[in-house]
Structures are given as C-alpha cells and as structure tokens.
Design a protein around this ligand. Structure first.
Ligand code: NAD
Length: 289
C-alpha cells in the first residue's frame, strides 16, 4: 500500500509556484494577487481564510482579506464583488462559503467575474470544465487530480466510484474523472444519499473517492483488494486523546481499508493540503490567462 502524501506533493507544488513568482518579479511582471471575502464571523471560515492568506505569503503572492459583517445585505455584497471584478490589481478572488442564509449563494457566485473565479464555482467555469476546456477547476477536485497525477496512478478504463454529489467536491470530481484526459477516462459512477446498493457498487470500484462527510463511513467490506481510495472527508470529532480535545476523521476507516488498498490518502495530510495548493494554482492561472 502506498500512502498518497498530500503534504509532500503540495509542498512541491508550492515550491514550483514560488519559483514562477520569483521569475515574474525578476521580469518586472505583475505578482499574483488573491482576495478573499469573509462575510460574518464563522470560526471555521475564519480558519480557512487565514490559511489561504498564509499560503499566499508562502509562495510570494499578494493577498487581501475583506471582512464584511454578517448583517450585510445581498445588494451590498454584490456591490463589494463588483468592486473586485473591476479592480485590475486583483487577479482572482473567493467568497468564503457558507454565507449568511439571507443572501442567495447562487446569485453571489454568478456575480463573480468568470475570469477571476478562482474557486471555479461560476456556471461558466463549471460548463467549461464539463466541456474539457481550459478553465478554473474547484480546488478540492483539482487537488485530487494533482495527487493522482503525481503518483502516476493509472485511471483510463478504470471504474471510479464517487460518493457524494456536492457542487464543490463530488459532482465536479465525477465530471473530471470521466473526461477524455489524464487523470480521467474512467467509467464513473456518481453515488449519493439516495443510492440504494452503495456497497455492491463500491465493491466493483478500482478507484473510490469518498466525499460524504460521514466519519469512518467507508469500511473494508466496501473495498475490493487493490483499489485506490481517496478520502476527501474531514470531520472534527471530540477526542480525549488530544490536547485540543478534538481530532480530524476522514470518511474512510483508514486502518482496515488501507490494508486492502494499492493507494490511499490519510486524513489529515491527504486531500486537505492539496486543496490549499490547488487554489494557488488557480490564482496563478488567473494571471496567466
Ligand atoms: P455535502 O454535505 O455538501 O455533500 C455530501 C454528499 O454526500 C451529498 O451529496 C450526499 O448526497 C452524500 N451522502 C451523504 N450521506 C451519504 C450516504 N450515506 N451514502 C452516499 N452518499 C451520501 O459535503 P461536501 O461539502 O461535499 O463535503 C464532504 C466532506 O468533504 C466533508 O467532510 C467536508 O468537510 C470534506 N471536505 C474536505 C475538503 C478538503 O479540502 N479535504 C474540501 C471540501 C470538503
């Protein structure tokens, strides 16, 4: 069994990005500039956004964090987004989700200029991705592709089962693994909460990508010998064994599943760091475009 080391691969990617940034600087070209919009004071969102700002500093990008109150109206937020759309200093930006319930998420996503949509959530980006055109790919699925690519895992003709159909992970993942590309060219089954015979389907999978958000859901009896298992799930659960009182669990019961796998991602240290590196890749892509 080979552990897919997201920390190692993401570090390599960040080194390559930092080298490109240095070359841009040396040639007096524009340094990539990512902005992040944080609405309200949700603790988890705050942590994610701070990590993105830190990642930018690490590779030499500029970054701007825009904090807005949770009471902001939809129209006011649209005005803020349009300012970023029209600001030539900003190459790409994200609106950290979730946003407060009184604001329509889809309207906000559609307001982001497609050429600055580094999260890849705009309908234009999603459509282009489905058509296999060069575009922004949502960070988590892009991170998974980069991990598969790094370890040169064969995907053509394989049966890939994706568990979960969210717009940010499962659904784009299923499209990408089915595209005529590498990684891709899989026969893909997209499964979800209404899927009836999940275990039987998983047992026919060469590659399983679990993104359902249910800690240790995928046990060894779902996995055939030699399968590749990518665990996207991250759930914080209480633990008496850690100083913080919490530990992170994936959607895969790692100890028993890893014994059957050819490749597997750990949690933490698998898909998580790859997601962070992928946002940086998208920001660099925004500049190159
Ligand atoms: P979500 O809640 O939006 O979607 C979960 C999906 O799982 C749904 O489509 C649902 O139909 C499906 N599902 C739920 N129960 C199921 C079951 N019993 N059988 C089959 N399908 C089932 O979640 P999400 O935003 O896609 O995130 C999924 C997990 O991935 C979460 O743990 C989240 O924290 C994690 N995540 C990790 C990263 C990362 O960088 N590693 C990024 C995004 C999300």
């Amino acid at each position: 069994m080979i552990k897919l080391d997201g920390i190692h691969v993401s570090t390599e990617i960040k080194k390559q990005i930092a080298t490109e940034v240095l070359a841009l600087k040396n040639n007096c070209k524009k340094i990539p500039h990512l902005a992040a919009v944080l609405v309200g004071d949700d603790g988890a969102s705050e942590t994610y956004v701070n990590a993105k700002v830190k990642d930018c500093a690490e590779v030499g990008f500029q970054s701007t964090l825009i904090r807005l109150p949770s009471t902001i109206s939809e129209n006011e937020l649209i005005t803020e987004i349009n300012k970023l759309n029209n600001n030539d200093a900003i190459d790409g930006f994200i609106v950290q989700l979730p946003i407060p319930k009184h604001i329509n998420e889809q309207i906000i996503i559609k307001t982001i200029a497609p050429n600055k949509d580094v999260d890849g959530f705009h309908p234009q980006s999603v459509g282009k991705m489905a058509l296999n055109l060069h575009t922004f790919i949502p960070a988590t699925p892009l991170g998974v592709l980069k991990l598969i690519e790094h370890y040169k895992i064969e995907t053509a003709g394989k049966h890939c089962v994706v568990i979960g159909r969210s717009h940010i992970v499962g659904s784009p993942m299923s499209i990408l693994m089915g595209r005529n590309a590498y990684p891709g060219n899989c026969t893909v089954t997209l499964t979800h909460s209404k899927t009836k015979n999940l275990k039987e389907i998983c047992l026919t999978a060469d590659i399983i990508i679990a993104a359902l958000g249910k800690p240790e859901f995928l046990t060894a009896d779902y996995v055939k010998q030699g399968a590749v298992v990518i665990d996207v799930g991250i759930t914080r659960v209480k633990s008496d064994l850690t100083k913080s009182g919490y530990k992170l669990l994936g959607d895969v019961k790692y100890d028993e599943v890893s014994a059957k796998c050819s490749y597997i991602t750990p949690v933490p240290g698998g898909v998580g760091p790859m997601t962070r590196a992928a946002l940086l890749l998208n920001t660099l892509f925004a500049v190159k475009k």
